[in-house]
Design a protein around this ligand. Structure first.
Ligand SMILES: Nc1nc2c(ncn2[C@@H]2O[C@H](COP(=O)(O)OP(=O)(O)OP(=O)(O)O)[C@@H](O)[C@H]2O)c(=O)[nH]1
Ligand SMILES: [Mg+2]
Length: 680
């Protein structure tokens, strides 16, 4: 029934995968593919196991690029922050054509903070490529994504990747993956998964490592075509799709992405958007209600072809599409033709935040020197914009005149938002990340817990075990994975992990690997000592002098260099002892009327410790803030005046509340705009 349709070109707006920008089209080309010729799959794995690299190889093998085209490494990581950090932050979708088949592939992030995103995209696919590093084997996030895929009834294809590495042990990795399938309750069909081995980096995959010659990716493509089922859809039925991801365009508003489950839809046709909600936080199967309906019409439709979004006149079942028109599209909404009775589908999982921090207006003496200082109203507007697409984020207005409380899935989730704001030229101050606690029905305090796996050379096990015990970690298992390498599994409060990564790397001389993921809430584990060392706090404003810094470095580790501008209350270093050390790094050397030999003042100075946003957030104490500007990351006391700070600390200790700023916090009230996807 569906004829060929023609398209106009759509490209991604500068690096932001969630912002749409429409460019008038040029070459018309046929787009509609028969359902039997479509394959939809997601690539899932633990962080750094090679998902994005595999997509590069797939593109090369499917000749998506011209022969002489200059192509960047990990082309799907197209956002500036992703390239800089070398990790995927957002799930992205592309297509390749091979042997007359259209393969929709979704690249997913491997970091545990973005698990919710992975889970939602799984609702759009018929199978997953589960990548496992041939050396590391399955890791915590592998377990999580596999569990989700199995629960949805998908039959994964296992890709044992990085088989080119000298220490690779593909058989051991496969064996452990198989055990994981059984442990997670895979049924017989799922446990009989197809396997392929290879190297995403070198662009080869083989079914049998011993017998096959490593050459290209044909074996992988053939496996996908044979093993991934075509979408089980009926194009003649009334149109229905469910929204799994959101994007935003300033002109078009919200744009929803999802898979068309049945039927077809032409641009401008009427639609009904139905929203749904779980009855309670247990989210039991079948316990949800349809909460609202909106009549609308689609205004634009897109599909993905290669790396480009292509505007089309018509979309049909089986394909993954983008649609604009209904104003308030949120995750989990069903879009359907008005004729369809009871179109609603169960709500999709939206992860609860576990970590929060205050985002405050920058009130430091240097505010506005580097970037734009937002007023509280502007800050709220910026965050409301973020809420439209960042579904795991929450913003609460606690009535403070200088800021709002922002909650997310972890330090990285919030860190990325701060980094994005800084790149927009915004200045702000943020407080220490705190975990979000809850109470159970008996009133007991609960806190988020994580599964932590560390791989360390044996000689470091003493220090690692000691530190994790102090951070309230409990050993679950211990095993020897290779020559003199030990693997420890812990259950540890999220609190205990804040700021631990840097310490772990130092303690294991960079040889340790650690990865953690949120597993749920459990009883409060007791106090965790955050930092044993105090801060060196400037008592005067001015320029740092080399002469004075040379004296100060004997007392701790400095964060500043000679001639750096200093303000009162700025933290200039880490004290080597507990407690804060007031100091004056700007003090000038007394000049006498004796002539002195002109000794180079800075020659004995150590290189100061560089502060990154992540390390600063991990380090600060509750009475301190990180000042973030487009060019600088500074640490400061929340109350700059030493006397006022001392007074506030004393008062806060009496009240038992944190010292974020001098302003008292009245009771909670929510921002006027409810977060996208949060249904009360
Ligand atoms: N030797 C070798 N290195 C690989 C292979 N595949 C990926 N890598 C390397 O592993 C690192 C991580 O690769 P990515 O493709 O970014 O991994 P990812 O799974 O997309 O990571 P996230 O998106 O952050 O979860 C990169 O340095 C790659 O070059 C492989 O087959 N062999
Ligand atoms: Mg990636």
């Amino acid at each position: 029934m569906l004829d060929t349709v023609w398209y106009t070109r759509v490209t991604l707006e500068s690096g932001n995968p969630r912002a749409f920008c429409v460019v008038p089209g040029k070459d018309p080309a046929p787009l509609m593919t028969r359902v039997e010729k479509i394959r939809n799959l997601a690539i899932v794995a633990h962080i750094d196991h090679g998902k994005t690299t595999l997509i590069d190889a797939i593109f090369r093998a499917a000749h998506v690029f011209r022969e002489n085209q200059r192509v960047e490494e990990r082309v799907m990581d197209n956002n500036e922050l992703e390239r800089e950090r070398g990790i995927t932050i957002r799930a992205k979708h592309c297509t390749v054509e091979w042997g007359g088949y259209l393969i929709n592939i979704i690249d997913t992030p491997g970091h545990a903070d973005f698990s919710g995103e992975v889970e939602r995209v799984l609702s759009m696919v018929d199978s997953v490529l589960l990548l496992v590093d041939a050396n590391e084997g399955p890791m915590p996030q592998t377990r999580y994504v596999l569990m989700r895929a199995l629960r949805l009834g998908l039959r994964p294809i296992v890709v044992v990747n990085k088989a080119d590495r000298p220490n690779a042990d593909a058989n051991a990795a496969l064996e452990r993956t198989f055990d994981l399938f059984l442990e997670l309750g895979a049924n017989d069909t799922q446990a009989d998964f197809p396997v392929i081995y290879g190297s995403a980096l070198h662009g080869w995959m083989v079914r049998d490592l011993a017998l096959d010659t490593p050459q290209g990716l044909d074996a992988l493509f053939q496996l996908i075509i044979d093993e991934v089922p075509a979408p089980p859809v009926d194009r003649e039925a009334p149109f229905r799709m469910q929204v799994s991801t959101l994007a935003w365009n300033d002109h078009l508003g919200r744009i929803g992405c999802g898979r068309v489950l049945q039927g077809s839809h032409r641009v401008g046709d009427p639609l009904v958007r139905t929203s749904t909600q779980w009855r309670d936080h247990h989210r039991r199967v079948g316990e949800w209600d349809a909460t609202g309906q909106e009549q609308a019409r689609s205004t634009h439709l897109w599909v993905m072809r290669g790396l480009e979004r292509v505007e089309v006149e018509e979309i049909a079942a089986g394909d993954i599409v983008w649609i604009s028109g209904p104003e308030e599209i949120t995750i989990g909404d069903t879009l359907a033709t008005p004729e369809l009775e009871s179109p609603a589908l169960p709500p999709l999982e939206i992860e609860e935040p576990t970590v929060s921090m205050f985002f405050l207006v920058n009130t430091s003496p240097f505010a506005g020197r580097d970037g734009k200082v937002l007023t509280l109203r502007q800050m709220k507007e910026r965050l409301e914009r973020e809420l439209r697409v960042n579904v795991a984020l929450r913003v609460e207005d606690l009535g403070r005149p200088d800021g709002v409380k922002v909650s997310g899935r972890g330090e990285l989730h919030l860190g990325i938002l701060i980094e994005e704001m800084r790149r927009e030229g915004i200045e702000l101050c943020v407080s220490r990340p705190e975990v979000i606690t809850k109470r159970d029905e008996h009133g007991n305090l609960l806190e988020p817990l994580e599964q932590l796996i560390v791989n360390i050379p044996e000689e470091f096990q003493g220090i690692v075990i000691e530190k994790l015990a102090k951070r309230r970690g409990e050993i679950v298992s211990m095993s020897h994975t290779g020559t003199r390498v030990i693997t420890l599994e812990y259950e540890i409060p999220t609190r205990g992990l804040i700021g631990y990564r840097a310490e772990f790397l130092t303690d294991t001389r960079g040889l340790g690997l650690m990865s953690a993921r949120f597993v749920g809430y459990g009883p409060w584990r007791g106090e965790v000592v955050h930092r044993t060392r105090g801060s060196m706090v400037a008592t005067e404003s001015g320029d740092a002098t080399g002469w004075q810094l040379e004296h100060l470095q004997a007392r701790g580790t400095l964060f500043v260099s000679p001639m750096d501008r200093i303000y009162q209350g700025l933290i200039v270093g880490e004290n080597s002892r507990p407690g804060d050390l007031p100091c004056n790094p700007c003090k000038k050397k007394q000049l006498t009327n004796h002539r002195q030999s002109n000794k180079e003042v800075d020659e004995g100075l150590d290189v100061p410790r560089t502060l990154t946003l992540d390390s600063a957030l991990a380090w600060i104490a509750e009475d301190e803030l990180v000042e973030v500007t487009p060019t600088a990351t500074r640490l400061r006391k929340s109350i700059l005046d030493p006397a006022a700070h001392k007074h506030a600390v004393r008062q806060a200790a009496e009240r038992g509340t944190p010292v974020v700023s001098a302003t008292p916090s009245p009771p909670a009230a929510s921002l006027s705009l409810p977060p996208v996807g949060v249904r009360r």
